[in-house]
Design a protein around this ligand. Sequence first.
Ligand code: ZN
Length: 333
Amino acid sequence: MTARTAKQRIFLGTEADAALRRKRVAIVGLGATGSVQASWLARAGVGHLTVIDRDFVELSNLQRQILYVEADLGQLKAEAAAKRLSEAHSGIELKPVVADLTSGNARELLSGFDLICDGTDNFEARFLINDVAILTGTPWIYAGAIGGEGVVWPLNPPHTPCLRCLIEEPPAGGDVDTCDSAGVLGPTVGIIGSWAAMEAIKVLTGKPPHGDLARFDFWNDERQFLKSPKSRCRFCTGKVTEFLDARWSLKASALCGLEGVQIRVNPPGKLDLAALKQRLETRTHSPWKQAGLMLKGREGEDEITLFADGRALVHGPMTPERARSWYTEVVGC
Ligand SMILES: [Zn+2]
C-alpha cells in the first residue's frame, strides 16, 4: 500500500482508494478548469489520464491555468500538462492528445473511459461529449466557469438526464459570455475545477454524485440548485447523436478577443507537414518551422500555425473568409 495516498485512504477506505488506480479518465480541455481537475485526479492516483487539448500555452493563460509556468509558453498544452502531471505522480499513465474535439474524432478519442471530464470552454465540445456519453454509456461531468461564478453538473445518461434534456441546442455564437467577453478570476476556476474533481472521485469510487445542476456565484454570494429536468429528451432516450453525426465541414471562425482566425476541418485530416513546409517556403519566400505536430511561419502580416490534424490558426489581419480560401488554396481539401 502506498504512503502517497494515505490521507485519502483514511477518508475513502482501502477499497475505494485502490479502485481509483484502476480507473481511466479523459479530460477534454486543459485550460483553467481542466488544469485543476487533472491535477487533483493525477494526485489522487487515478490510474490512467488521457489529457486532450488543441492549443498552446499563452501568457494570458498563466493567471488561472495552474498546470503551466512561464517556461511552458509556446508549448502545446497537452504535452506541457502531461509533463507537469507526471512530475506530480510518476506512477500513473498519462496520454497527451493534441487535437480539437470534432464530430470526426470524438467517438474514437473518448471511447474506453470510466469518466469524461469537461475542461472545455465551449458548447460545441460539450454537446459532442454528451453524444459520446449517450452512445457509450460513459458518465461525464459538465463544468463551466466565468467571471466569479460557475456550474458543475455530473451526468450519466440514461441513468440521469443528459445535457440536451436541459438545453436542446448549443447557444448561438454571440449569445453566451466567454472568458474573452466577461473575463474570469483565477479562484473561480480553482473552486469549480476542484468541485468537478470532487464529483469525479465520487463517480470513480461508486458514490453517487450530486444530482442537481448547481450554480454558484462566489463573487456575489449567490447559490442556486436547479432541479434536474423531470422528463428525458428524445436524444438520450433514442440514442440520437446529432453532433457526432455531423458531416464533413471546413469552418473558419474569428478568435474571440484576439486578432485572428481559427480553421477547423471535420473530420480531421492528416497533413503532411514536411511537404507543406516546402510548399509554403516556396510560396512565402521565408522559412517555416516544423516542431512535432505543428508547422509555423508567416505570410505577409499573418502568423500561421498548421497542425497535423488539419487545423490552422492565423494571427493577424486575415479575415475568416480569406483564411478559408487561403487554406483551400495552400493545403487543399
Ligand atoms: Zn436527454
